[in-house]
Write a protein that binds this ligand. Structure first.
Ligand code: UDP
Length: 327
């Protein structure tokens, strides 16, 4: 298929673009490079630099695309609490521009990066797709708003759409991994501390109602996540907006993640305990049963140590490259 990948210079978008190309698809990446890296865009992909609202209409008018995979987004929970305006503008307004270009130029398929943050603090875990959606931060609220917009477009305009609600994506694939200008995610931060690029890691909150007092998340390998996008693209059905959770189904606390990083790296990473981060729920664990049943998805790399090992190999190679570029 001929596909547009928005956000294809970012972590998730660039790995998915790579996996789509490996599966034989033709990919055009759209990215404004606000957080993405031009180097992360696969060499085989076309590249268009710019905001979606500036470039999508012309791009979709000029070529008959079979589908769009929409990853471009602002995605930092903490930032979204303090600067919601950036999220309503950057996520909702930009996504509405994309949906309009898709409608006007009759692109038949859309796969959207939604998130576990749409559910907020769950009544029970694992979280299924019919769980209440009560986001606790603007990031989740904007992703949920986009999901609602997509639903109404699929019904009215016969779009075939799938939203994939990611839990905590981590790991690396084929030399592509987490490399953001400002890092806020737990696993890369812990591994950067192991490398000595940071003094220590902060544990945000030790008073959660969990066994060790720290928040629990469900970590999913980036390669398994990318495979779900291939399946979603194939399964998308006109007039239907299907929503699937993607996680491993197992939760790990912040302390367990740090311990796993210590084991994998064999480095005694220094930590400090601090207060909770605004907008963070206590426990998020996915039920991915629907994706497994309907898409035939089979997550393969579900061991946390394996996810951390891939991230560690990537982050060390990145450190070596930065070092040889400087010397
Ligand atoms: N976290 C932490 N210290 C950090 C970064 C994150 O304790 O320096 C915690 C965070 O509060 C959350 C978990 O680690 O409970 C995962 O956070 P991350 O930002 O990686 O992903 P999120 O769950 O926000 O999507």
């Amino acid at each position: 298929m001929k596909l547009v990948v928005t956000g294809g210079a970012g972590y998730v978008g660039s790995v998915c673009a790579r996996v789509l190309i490996e599966a034989g698809h033709q990919v055009t990446v759209v990215d404004n490079l606000s957080v993405g890296n031009r180097d992360a865009v696969p060499a085989e992909a076309e590249f268009v630099e710019g905001d979606i609202s500036a470039v999508a209409d012309d791009l979709l008018a000029g070529t008959e695309f079979d589908g769009v995979l929409h990853f471009a987004a602002k995605s930092l929970v903490g930032e979204s609490v303090h600067h919601p305006e950036l999220y309503w503008q950057g996520n909702v307004v930009e996504s509405l521009a994309l949906l309009e270009a898709i409608r006007v130029h009759q692109v038949p398929r859309l796969v959207f990066s939604s998130t576990a943050a749409t559910y907020g603090e769950p009544d029970s875990v694992p979280i299924v797709e019919s769980s209440p959606t009560r986001p606790t931060n603007a990031y989740g609220a904007t992703k949920l708003a986009i999901d609602h917009a997509i639903t109404s477009y699929t019904v009215a305009h016969d779009l075939a759409a799938v939203s994939l609600r990611y839990f905590n994506v981590a790991g690396a694939y084929a030399g592509a991994g987490e490399n953001r200008p400002v890092e806020t995610h737990l696993i890369p931060l812990v591994l950067q501390a192991a490398l000595g690029h940071r003094d220590k890691v902060s544990i945000f909150g030790t008073d959660y109602p969990t066994d060790d007092g720290t928040a629990i998340r469900d970590y999913i390998h980036i390669y398994d996540l990318a495979q779900a996008h291939l399946l979603a693209l194939a399964a998308a059905t006109p007039g239907r907006h299907a929503i699937y959770n993607l996680g491993s189904g197992t939760g790990f606390s912040v302390r367990q993640v740090i311990d796993t990083c210590r084991e994998v790296t064999d480095i005694d990473i220094p930590v400090v305990e601090t207060s909770r981060r605004a907008g963070d729920p206590a426990v998020l664990i996915a039920s991915s049963d629907k994706a497994i049943a309907e898409l035939g998805w089979q997550p393969d790399k579900t061991e946390l140590a394996g996810i951390v090992t891939d991230a560690w190999d990537y982050i060390r190679a990145l450190g070596d490259r930065a070092h040889s570029a400087r010397s």
